[in-house]
Design a protein around this ligand. Structure first.
Ligand SMILES: *[C@@H]1O[C@H](CO)[C@@H](O)[C@H](O)[C@H]1NC(C)=O
Ligand SMILES: *[C@@H]1O[C@H](CO)[C@@H](O)[C@H](O)[C@H]1NC(C)=O
Length: 177
């Protein structure tokens, strides 16, 4: 027991040493969005205007802790399969409001192969009081139903537990939901 714990600890140190640290602040526009830092926090792309009015981008560390992965840059395959945009700034649940985006997110190519993007949207959905698996199920069985319908039905079925607002309570002000 003691031995295996030491082994796990040692091998995680080893992995750490070989892959190189990911600091969100070191990432650029083409690898920031959906990336996870070595400390397990989501990176978030932010934009601002410089003195000449030109839009500049900056990658920052958010307060959102990812439990399933760390030190990860999302692949182009998953960006495409899940229909998300690397240029998107902030962390937003907008994807969940668009029927076509939900279909893409729930497709096997994304849902079964891109755990990072699914984890993010799973938590964003929870923050809205909706379960992503339910949303995908609903979408398959009743393609005309949308997030708004689900939202009102979950609101009608009783108060949402405080535990479901994990992502939102973890995130400080600058995010646009
Ligand atoms: C992110 O992209 C920049 C610019 O393309 C590159 O220099 C950097 O190595 C990339 N970082 C990672 C961790 O892939
Ligand atoms: C993202 O921005 C780059 C320029 O920085 C642009 O070439 C590209 O088309 C944009 N992608 C999307 C999906 O908007």
């Amino acid at each position: 027991m003691k031995f295996s714990l030491v082994l796990v600890f040692a091998s995680s140190l080893f992995l750490h040493g070989t892959t190189g640290e990911i600091l969100c602040e070191d990432l650029t526009k083409n690898n920031c969005s959906f990336a996870i830092s070595s400390s397990g926090k989501r990176c978030v792309l932010e934009n601002f205007e410089d003195k000449k009015g030109k839009v500049e981008y900056q990658c920052r560390t958010s307060e959102v802790v990812v439990e399933i992965l760390s030190e990860y840059i999302e692949t182009d395959e998953c960006i495409r399969a899940c229909g998300v945009d690397r240029n998107a700034t902030g962390i937003s649940s907008d994807t969940l409001l668009d029927k076509k985006s939900i279909v893409t997110l729930c497709s096997p190519a994304c849902y079964q192969k891109c755990p990072n993007i699914i984890d993010l949207h799973f938590n964003l959905a929870l923050g809205e009081g909706v379960s992503l698996p339910d949303l995908c199920e609903q979408q398959r069985s009743d393609p005309d139903c949308n997030m708004i319908d689900l939202l009102s039905s979950s609101a009608a079925s009783g108060p949402v537990g405080s535990g479901t607002h994990r992502l939102f309570s973890a995130a400080p002000a600058p995010f646009s939901f």
